[in-house]
Design a protein around this ligand. Structure first.
Ligand SMILES: Nc1ncnc2c1ncn2[C@@H]1O[C@H](COP(=O)(O)OP(=O)(O)OP(=O)(O)O)[C@@H](O)[C@H]1O
Ligand SMILES: [Mg+2]
Length: 245
């Protein structure tokens, strides 16, 4: 990365993000006005204590949850001003999301979970036409991730690491330029976490992904080109220091 930020080099931009939740009679402000840029091809780490607001922020950036104030610009589109349908399309094609607890659908097999984004993005007829293509694409990925003989397994019949690899295949099915991962190794043992890290870093380099990675893991963070720190719903002012590899 050149280190200079230009309009064209920013793929995901957040400005003035505030998020509050109503809890009973009270309104609890969790994010207090966050500005953040993710550059094209960048691997950006996001760290901070439990409860700092990392997941809340990712949900807003990943267009899963509407901010109370502020805007997310995704490939130049002001995402939260779009209609629900337009925003869903933008999210589906531009952002892959990997969660700590995988979030696979329990009644679907590994391969069915992996092709889900195509099923959602396309109309019924278009999906039927394209099903073979996406099934082949998903099975190639699952195969490459070492799950060639697990495609028909349901999530309950897979280990945590295997479920996370299915979730990564699902996230990348439509070749999104952005991958957002919320503690992808947080629920895995050390050795499995290391392999997941290798897989993610390999994919990021191979596909030139713009990747936003939340982690509590210093080893994982040390692979990031840049790490920002969150505290009490704010990005710390001095957190743009690149971490040496
Ligand atoms: N839907 C909600 N309603 C009310 N409060 C919420 C809601 N979601 C999150 N919070 C609160 O917002 C704060 C930030 O939560 P968040 O999950 O974003 O933290 P985090 O930084 O991801 O923590 P962790 O590292 O433990 O995952 C917490 O105090 C949490 O209780
Ligand atoms: Mg979290």
């Amino acid at each position: 990365m050149s280190g200079t930020t230009t309009e064209a080099s920013v793929i995901l931009r957040a400005r003035g993000i505030r998020k509050s939740f109503k809890v009973g009679e009270r309104r609890l402000e969790i994010l207090h006005g966050i500005d953040l840029d993710l550059e094209r091809g960048e691997l950006l780490g996001l760290m901070g204590a439990s409860g700092a607001g990392k997941t809340t922020l990712l949900n807003v950036l990943g267009l899963l949850d509407r901010p109370t104030e502020g805007e997310v610009f995704l490939t130049g589109h002001a995402a939260w001003t779009l209609s629900h349908t337009e925003r869903s399309h933008l999210r589906n094609t531009k952002i892959g999301f990997v969660f700590q607890f995988y979030h696979l659908l329990p009644e679907l097999s590994a391969i069915e979970n992996a092709i889900l984004p195509a099923m959602i993005a396309l109309s019924g007829r278009a999906f039927r036409r394209e099903r073979k293509h996406y099934t082949e694409k998903a099975s190639e990925m699952l195969d490459a991730f070492g799950l060639g003989d697990r495609m028909g397994h349901k999530p309950g019949q897979l280990s945590g690491g295997e479920q996370q690899r299915v979730a990564i295949a699902r996230a990348l099915l439509l070749d999104p330029p952005i991958l957002i991962a919320d503690e992808p190794t947080g629920n895995l043992d050390r050795a499995t976490g290391e392999r997941m890290l290798e897989l993610l870093l390999g994919l990021q380099a191979e596909r030139q992904l713009s990747m936003l990675l939340v982690t509590h893991d210093e080893r994982l963070a040390s692979h990031c080109e840049r790490v920002v720190y969150m505290e009490d719903g704010q990005i710390q002012a001095d957190s743009r220091v690149p971490v040496p590899h």
